[in-house]
Design a protein around this ligand. Structure first.
Ligand code: NAG
Ligand code: NAG
Ligand code: NAG
Ligand code: NAG
Length: 394
């Protein structure tokens, strides 16, 4: 019996355990409001291409644009195939990437696995994008073959433990997102057991950064969500819906009393927009990581399911800048600049101006309000117009 407890205690020391809610909330209280994007350089067609070509000039240029709009976090996908090929070389590359991001004071959230899009990832030169198609060459990690072959799973666990151990103390990494959208390939009964294995492998590494699995707007009592909510140190989630839906999801997730970071949102024609949804995240201190910094070879400015040879939509689906650095919307960029990272509402920043004007003459006040870059009512108006425009076009 004593031996049993000794073993338990020893294991407790060696392996990490899930953070308590108190620890997670104390950690989050020390953090700024995180605002950023999922990052793939515009010259890369998928996550393999990003690490394969490792176009540092483009990374630096584009992370510089992110910094200019006050972004301080990027979510970046890794791939096990590089670890398999040469783990040391991959650590070096990850380290080089972190150094570049750090130069712009941008923290990185790495994603280790992903169940979305193409099932057969391969190293080597990646195919060109299919014209007009959204994310036409993105690949899963692991591939379907490794997923179905459980003799490959110990290797996937080793990848998890090794990567997390190697960077366990690296303050440039803000959290580990262990598995992107595990339900995406619609084989949860196969993926969920792998998730459990990966989670235990991650705990073995006992990293200083929090661990998370992203939640989707689906019933929180589904077996996948239950597992994700029971194992995440901080709660991350995806939501591409309009504000009402987002607020409902957040209300459900708040019950778990842990920090919230939205790791995917923003699809303009669907009604998930910066002016509305990001403002809500800002006011709630919920981290906000949208899909897409620069419109490039992933072609995520096209909508989900766009057919081959579709013409460029008037209203981009995702993404903020074109590959020359021109923003899709100058109003969005102005809005980002007004969100200075501190938790103040937009209307608060407008107040001082109008107050200081008031003594001179009352008639000046309305002018100063309308001059202020973005007020909440303008934001809603812009969004209504945009939505109306979309409805009209499509
Ligand atoms: C990680 O950091 C902690 C505290 O800062 C320190 O105690 C520990 O030795 C470090 N571990 C490694 C592997 O550097
Ligand atoms: C989940 O909760 C809903 C009600 O909110 C209930 O109808 C459903 O049966 C539950 N599902 C499971 C798997 O518990
Ligand atoms: C897309 O355009 C290319 C080049 O014009 C053409 O070869 C191809 O057949 C087109 N694909 C479809 C599905 O129309
Ligand atoms: C970005 O937009 C500007 C202005 O419309 C245009 O001149 C430039 O060619 C665009 N760049 C790319 C790579 O599409």
């Amino acid at each position: 019996m004593l031996l049993y407890f000794t073993v338990l205690i020893l294991c407790g020391c060696i392996n990490g355990a899930r953070w308590t809610a108190e620890k997670a909330n104390a950690w989050y209280a020390e953090q700024p409001w995180y605002f950023g994007a999922n990052f793939v350089p515009s010259t890369s067609v998928n996550e393999i291409d990003m690490w394969q070509t490792f176009d540092t000039a483009t990374m630096e240029r584009e992370l510089g644009w992110a910094k200019d709009i006050n972004m301080n976090i990027m979510r970046v996908f890794l791939h096990v195939l590089f670890y398999q090929q040469d783990a040391q070389a991959y650590y070096k590359q990850m380290d080089d990437f972190l150094t570049i991001a750090d130069r712009f004071h941008i923290k990185i959230a790495f994603v280790l696995f992903d169940e979305c899009w193409r099932p057969e990832p391969k190293l080597g030169p990646q195919p060109d994008p299919i014209p007009g198609q959204h994310n036409s060459q993105w690949v899963r990690c692991p591939g379907q073959e490794s997923l179905l072959d459980q003799t490959k799973w110990p290797f996937l666990k080793q990848y998890t433990t090794d990567i997390l151990s190697r960077f366990s103390n690296d303050s440039r990494i803000i959290f580990w997102d262990l598995y992107n959208e595990p339900q995406c390939s619609q084989q949860v009964p196969i993926v969920l057991p792998l998730l459990r294995e990966i989670y235990s492998a991650a705990l073995t590494a006992n990293p200083q950064q929090p661990l998370t699995f992203g939640i989707l707007p689906e019933p929180l009592n589904a077996s996948l969500s239950v597992f994700e909510l029971e194992s995440s140190d901080i709660i991350t989630f995806h939501n591409y819906q309009p504000l009402a839906d987002l607020m409902e999801q957040v209300a459900g997730l708040r019950k778990f009393n842990r920090p919230l970071i939205c790791t995917e949102y923003m699809a303009r024609p669907v009604g998930s927009t910066f002016h509305i949804n990001t403002l809500f995240f800002h006011q709630e201190k919920i981290g906000a990581i949208n899909w897409g910094l620069v419109a490039g070879k992933t072609q995520t400015y096209f909508p989900w399911g766009s057919p081959e040879n579709a013409s460029t939509p008037l209203v981009w689906f995702h993404d903020i800048f074109n590959a020359s650095g021109k923003p899709f919307s100058p109003y969005e960029v102005q809005f980002f600049k007004d969100l200075d990272g501190s938790i103040t509402t937009i209307s608060t920043s407008v107040t001082p101006t109008s107050t200081s004007v008031t003594p001179t003459s009352t008639s000046v006040t309305p002018t100063s309000t309308s001059v202020s870059p973005i007020s909440t009512s303008n934001i809603i108006l812009i969004d209504m117009l945009l939505l109306f425009f979309c409805l009209f076009i499509f």
